[in-house]
Every structure is written in C-alpha cells, then in structure tokens.
Design a protein around this ligand. Structure first.
Ligand code: GTR
Length: 349
C-alpha cells in the first residue's frame, strides 16, 4: 500500500488527548535539537518551519483507507499550491473523535479540516439530505457528473453560516444492509431486524419503511453492538464493512446498494475566513485535485474487501428483484420528496 509522505506526519496519540498542534508550529516537540544534536541545522529547520502553518485534518478511517489516501493527496497538493506555507497533518483512525465530535471542533474553530460522511452534515444543512434519498442516482457516472458539477457545488454552499465550509466530495460507493441473523434478499426478510443507522430522520425512515427497527449510533460503537447483539445489523459499503471488521460479526451481506451518499472534505469556517482569497482558491483546487486519487483507491479497496469477505466465508446475497426494494422505500419519497424536489430534479437530470 501507499508509503507515507514525510510531510504527512502520522501522529500517534498518547492517552487519547491532543494538545493543539495548529498555528505556526512553534516547537513541534523538538526542543531546539535535532536527532544528531546539531544545533545549527536545527536552527535552520526552525527558521523554515516558522513560515509553515501546520493544520490538522480528522479522519475516522484507518491509514490506507481510500479517504485517508485522498486526504494525504489533498495535503500534498495544499503544501505544493501554497508553496509550503501550509502543511496538513492527517489524524486517521478516529483519533480526534467520532464524526459528530469532529464537526463540533470545526465549528468551534479548534480543528481546521476533516473528512466526514454527508449524513452528519444534514444536521447543519437540510438540503444535503437529498443525498440520502434511496436509489437517487441511476449510476455512478450520473452521480459524479452532478457531484463535481454545479449541483454538487451549490449543495456544499448550503453549509454557509453553519461554521463549516464544504471543499469537495469523496467516493463512498453504495450502501447495503448486512446482519448477523439471516440471509436477506427481499424487504420482507428485514422484518423486525434491529438495524444501526447514522443519526438522521431520513436514515431512520428508510429502515422503518423496510419493516426493520432503526437504532441511531456512532460508527465506532457498531462493532461491539453487533457483537453483543444490541443490534442485528447495519448498512454500509464493502470497504467499511471490511475494515471496521463488522464482517466478522454480521455474516450476511445483501447486494442491494440502496443509497449513494458521498464523503465530504470540510473546513472550519472560522479558519477559512482567516485565509486570503488566493489561499482559499489553492485549498479548493487542492481538494478537487485529490478526488481522482481517492476514487482510484476506492475502486481498488471495494474489490479487495469484497474478495476478502468472500474468502472469509461470508454470505453475499444476490437480490432477484431490486424493484421490490424500490417500492418498499416509496413512503420515504412521499414523506421527504417534496422537501427535496428541486434538488432531486437537478441530481437526476
Ligand atoms: C462510512 C463513512 C464513515 C461513517 C460511516 C458510518 O461509510 O465513510 O465516515 O460515516 O460510514 O456509517 O457512520
């Protein structure tokens, strides 16, 4: 897998508490001496460091996960496009907290950048909820044309004033249901299953329309909830199912990709407003230019994780009639369709 760039310091957290590492990296824990004890070299290094502002980026997936690889490409671009005036340290593996906590830090201005899923952002912009609508996109091409086009950009703009600034989207494929109880091939098999969802009314409505019970919960809590039987299942894409180890405790994965919510790279509005216009453009360009790298890594890990769970003996259940699933979630369109009608039209063009 990918080698670490020297600039992208992977930070191991001691005791889970982090002292702010932002601002003009005043000390960096170096205490004026480098590893050889050469004070002269160290003074030079400090001088050039003084011109570089270090920012933190929160990521809840592990190193080598496609979003983390995307973040690293973004960080490299930022460093390059700002001539080394900004460097970004990627804190992967949820070191800075669950997505809701990270968003709060961005709003408070105590964290500069994060990669999160679109779902937790719906709390700050209702409009973003459109991306949760089941079976919204015809295919990946339609989805990405719109996400990286005007509709996607306008949707990110709806975050204005929330303390957050959306920079770009990353791939998160399709979400499907998985559980520990039984093979599910039609919506009627979902009856009574306790399914974890991300915290959103729309996510709850979808699961209920399918006859199951919805339990909102943070991502980091899902593994043990599955293991202890607090929930019977959850829903996610292959890479998350695999890398979170949910596949170890929920063996039945239903191949009914029902939702294509993307990931989003976001910045703190507080931090953003302190950037010059030129730097804002550099950050935006850097984010856009990292999308291809992320999507390539996404395609690879999707395949890899699919193979790995098959090899592990998990059961992947083909769905004979996807139309049945589409019909079953129709009530969600009755309930939320009007609210999102304009956006739905734009994204389905
Ligand atoms: C993943 C996503 C995570 C998190 C998770 C979840 O697909 O990449 O950021 O949102 O889903 O279900 O909470």
């Amino acid at each position: 897998m990918k080698k670490m760039n020297w600039r992208l310091v992977s930070v191991a957290l001691l005791g889970g508490t982090l002292l702010a590492a932002c601002g003009n990296d005043e000390d960096g824990g170096n205490d004026g001496l480098n590893g050889n004890g050469n004070e002269e070299e160290s003074a030079e290094a400090e001088e050039s460091d003084a011109d570089t502002t270090t920012l933190r980026l929160a990521e809840n997936h592990p190193d080598d996960y496609p979003t983390t690889i995307g973040n690293e490409a973004f960080a490299e671009n930022v460093y390059e496009y700002t001539d080394g005036r900004y460097e970004i340290e990627v804190y992967a593996g949820g070191q800075l907290g669950e997505e809701s906590e990270v968003i709060e830090q961005l709003q408070l201005g105590s964290l500069e950048i994060a990669r999160v899923n679109s779902v937790p952002l719906t709390e700050f912009s209702d409009d973003i909820g459109v991306l949760l609508m089941p079976f919204l996109f015809e295919d990946e091409e339609q989805k990405w044309d719109h996400l990286l086009g005007d509709a996607g950009e306008d949707l990110l703009d709806t975050l204005a004033g929330s303390g957050l600034v959306g920079l770009t989207y990353y791939d998160s494929g399709e979400r499907s249901f998985y559980n520990s109880e039984r093979p599910v091939s039609s919506p009627s098999d979902m009856e009574g299953l306790q399914i974890r969802v991300q915290s959103s009314d729309l996510a709850i409505a979808i699961v209920e329309a399918l006859g199951a019970e919805a339990t909102p919960m943070e991502y980091g809590e899902v593994y043990s909830a599955l293991q202890t039987g607090v929930i019977d299942g959850a829903e996610n894409n292959f890479p998350s199912y695999y890398t979170s180890n949910h596949y170890e405790v929920a063996e039945y994965f239903t191949l009914a990709g029902y939702q294509g919510v993307p990931e989003v790279v976001i910045a703190s509005e507080d931090f953003w407003q302190d950037l010059s216009e030129e730097d804002q453009e550099a950050f935006e360009q850097a984010a856009r230019d990292s999308v291809d790298v992320q999507r390539e890594a996404w395609a690879e890990l999707t395949e890899e994780s699919r193979e790995a769970v098959i090899e592990n003996g998990n059961e992947l259940i083909e769905v004979d009639d996807l139309g049945e699933w589409q019909d079953a979630v129709e009530p969600v369109y009755d309930e939320f369709g009007d609210e999102y009608s304009e956006w739905i039209e734009r994204f389905q063009q």
